[in-house]
Design a protein around this ligand. Structure first.
Ligand code: GLU
Length: 488
């Protein structure tokens, strides 16, 4: 890893909702790139859409980024506090800087005031399109001073449009996609200042990326089509544009753009479903980036060391929930039992198991079952029966429907009533001897025993499970289940 202070990346969310998988991946790649090169990662809040931007969304986005274990060197800490030398990182607090640059473009004849309503502009464009014509020239490009004054006198509030070239092409040299050519005649003059006086996204983005000395703009490919206009604005203002890297689209398993239809799409939802942040982060790192070794699991430092833009794919990436769940299981297994319990605390609480009721320690149970945990809610889901009786699962019910089940349970009740010591090995020996005496196969005894005491057909190793449950619970459940099976 090098230290290159010239490398400055940013994530620039519009705070209109939660942080989605696509945004989280953009954040991660921008962060990884900055960290890999020893540069700076900036967070900027693009809140100029006053109707849709909310404070809750800012908080949710910052929380999600932090939850993923990513930090930013410059940007907002909360609503009052910010860090970094570039002034505010909220666009709404930078309005005067956009107005200043708009004025410059107006003064230099590179932009003009446009008095057309949206309806008028749309109608003119549609008519041209229907006639197979390119985008028509905006009538306000050539207004005389008198016409302008009469518009103002009529109370029409102007937007400001940036003059796009009518001919030729603009080439975006993208670090992931290579050269992408855009025909200028297809691009209308871009509104840079709305009638309200606020900037549009494309303009504010350019002004800020320049002011914040962003060297690499890494973002989703839905913004590729905005890039030629942004490059033209850089040129008009005499600024050096940053390098662009547009990340490929994320598709759902059915090959359509990832959306709500495919299930959870926000980081918050994954957190609430019990995914581990490090697993989601690792998974997102591989969603559109491949490493030469085709490795799957990366510690954060290893990711920082391995990540670079040339490994990012042009083709869409497919979001695979099965792989994500597998990866989460891998990370769960790698945690120390005490850590599993700590992470699962909210889910244990929700299940009424935290603080744990009398019984074996949660750490002990986590150690016993950790191979089988995939998500955090699996922790209460797999250990609850140690603390309380649970409903029989369908599989357990089937096991208990075997003709010999009731006599087996009765025999085991008798055997275990006074059995000493009630510990794993002696229990195993005694129960195996019981099978031999009764000429039963081990499965004919073990399966109903497990089903009766745990309510399920699978679980931890049987004899240790009996030891941990303790004689009292084992006998009570054997009797109760047996009674529930009806007469023999
Ligand atoms: N505010 C834009 C968005 O949320 C940012 C686009 C960009 O990164 O330039 O999509």
């Amino acid at each position: 890893m090098t230290t290159n202070p010239a490398v400055r990346t940013r994530f620039a969310p519009s705070p209109t909702g939660y942080l989605h998988i696509g945004g989280a991946r953009t954040t991660l790649y921008s962060w990884l790139f900055a960290r890999h090169h020893g540069g700076t990662f900036v967070l900027r809040i693009e809140d100029t859409d006053e109707v849709r931007s909310t404070a809750e969304s800012v908080t949710a986005i910052l929380d999600s980024i932090s939850w993923l274990g990513l930090d930013w060197d410059e940007g907002p800490l909360d609503f009052e506090h910010e860090k970094g030398p570039c002034g505010s990182y909220y666009q709404m607090k930078r309005l005067s800087s956009y107005q200043e640059q708009t004025k410059r473009l107006l003064d230099e004849g590179k932009a003009y005031r446009c008095y057309c309503t949206r309806e008028e502009t749309d109608a003119a464009r549609q008519a041209a399109k229907a006639a197979g014509q390119p985008v028509p020239e905006d009538p306000c490009r050539r207004l005389s001073d008198a016409q302008r004054r009469s518009n103002e006198a009529a109370g029409r509030k102007p937007a400001v449009r940036f003059i796009m070239p009518d001919e030729g092409e603009t080439v975006v040299d993208d670090l992931i996609r290579g050269q992408v050519h855009f025909e200028n005649r297809l691009a209308p003059d871009l509104v840079i200042q709305k009638t309200t006086g606020g900037p549009t996204y494309n303009f504010a983005c350019v002004c800020d990326d320049h002011a914040m000395r962003i060297s690499h703009v890494i973002r989703g490919d839905e913004h590729l089509s905005n890039t030629p206009a942004q490059m033209r604005i850089y040129e008009a203002l005499g600024w050096q544009p940053p390098k662009f890297a547009h990340l490929s689209m994320i598709l759902g398993p059915d090959g359509t753009k990832l959306s709500k239809r495919h299930g959870a799409t926000s980081v918050t939802e994954y957190r609430d479903q019990g995914f581990l942040p490090e697993a989601l982060r690792n998974y997102l790192a591989l969603l559109g980036w491949s490493n030469t070794e085709s490795r799957q699991l990366f510690a954060p430092d290893e990711l920082v060391a391995a990540f670079d833009l040339p490994g990012c794919q042009k083709n869409p990436a497919t979001f695979d929930p099965v792989k994500l769940a597998w990866m989460n299981g891998e990370y769960m297994r790698a945690l120390a039992p005490a850590d599993i319990v700590k992470r699962a605390e909210p889910f244990l609480k929700e299940a009424g198991l935290f603080p744990p009721p009398p019984g074996p320690s949660l750490e002990r149970l986590a150690a016993l079952e950790r191979e089988k945990f995939k998500l955090l809610p699996d922790v209460p889901g797999r250990v609850d029966f140690f603390y309380r009786e649970t409903e029989l699962t369908d599989k357990a019910r089937k096991t208990l429907a075997a003709p010999e089940a009731k006599t087996v349970l009765a025999g085991l009740t008798e055997l275990l009533t006074a059995f000493e010591p009630f510990t794993e090995k002696p229990l195993e020996e005694a129960i195996r001897a019981f099978c031999a005496r009764k000429s039963l196969k081990p499965g004919q005894v073990f399966h109903p025993l497990r089903a009766a005491v745990s309510g399920r057909a699978d679980g931890p190793t049987l004899f240790l499970m009996l030891e941990l449950l303790g004689r009292e619970a084992v006998l009570a459940r054997l009797r109760k289940t047996s009674a529930g099976l009806g007469p023999n």
